[in-house]
Design a protein around this ligand. Structure first.
Ligand code: PAF
Length: 232
């Protein structure tokens, strides 16, 4: 596995691949866990070459959110990525992705309304923008996202449709512990340490989800169960 930190190194590495090599991209913010491993495994199984990015994207954090304290452990993430068969690990510094003068944003209007964007205004604009940049840099055949972030996955699917991007979005089912959370408002509201911020039904791109969110400290935890429809 090779770690690359600049757009030019990434382009040079990928440019040397022969035509017809199918590249899979797993965008992450690091702190890799079992959910990321499922994305990496899916990419490894379906693609010739796997690129994972680790970039704690400042533009998807709202004011007062935990950008500075977001967990960062590149060494441990690199070990995990290597063991999962990643070929290239892209770990750009913030200035590499957002150079001085950066001022162009992508907004998926309707799908970004409500839920995550109500709780974290601008969050999905930051996600859409960084994903578009990563798609342009890596030019993957497929890109992998977790079902846990249902609204995010739907926003990225819509971005790809609306802007005619030549990438297939794969949404990988949520990995759960044995005691996987079954969330409804009654159960959550009886747990005083975990008051729910959102519980309800949400339809994204034809899929119906039961969604739940709760805040622990300054961190918003989200989860959902797919009730109707199929993951991409
Ligand atoms: O889900 C995440 O970790 C991030 O939102 C993503 C997709 C890597 C974009 O920064």
């Amino acid at each position: 596995m090779k770690t690359l930190r600049t757009r030019s190194d990434l382009r040079a590495a990928l440019g040397s691949m022969g035509a017809g090599v199918e590249v899979g991209l797993v965008p992450t913010m690091g702190a890799l866990h079992a959910g990321h491993l499922a994305l990496l495994e899916a990419a490894r199984a379906e693609c010739d070459l796997v690129v994972a990015s680790i970039f704690v994207n400042p533009t998807q954090f709202g004011p007062g959110e935990d950008f500075e304290t977001y967990p960062r452990d590149e060494k441990s993430d690199a070990r995990t990525a290597k063991a999962a068969g990643v070929d290239y690990l892209f770990v750009p510094p913030v200035k590499e992705m957002y150079p001085d003068g950066f001022q162009t944003w992508v907004e998926v209007e309707r799908l970004s309304q409500g839920l995550e964007d109500d709780a974290r205004p601008g969050h999905l604009r930051g996600v859409a923008t960084v994903c578009l940049k990563l798609f342009n840099l890596v030019r993957p055949r497929r890109a992998y996202f977790g079902q846990k972030d249902a609204q995010q996955s739907a926003v990225v699917e819509q971005l790809v449709r609306d802007l005619d991007l030549d990438v297939q979005i794969r949404v990988v089912p949520t990995v759960r512990d044995e005691d996987g959370l079954a969330a409804d408002r009654v159960a959550l509201s009886t747990e005083p340490r975990l008051p729910p911020e959102d519980v309800g039904l949400a339809r994204f791109n034809g899929r119906l989800h039961l969604v739940a969110a709760a805040r622990v400290g300054r961190t918003r935890l989200i989860d959902n169960v797919l009730l109707e429809g199929e993951l991409a």
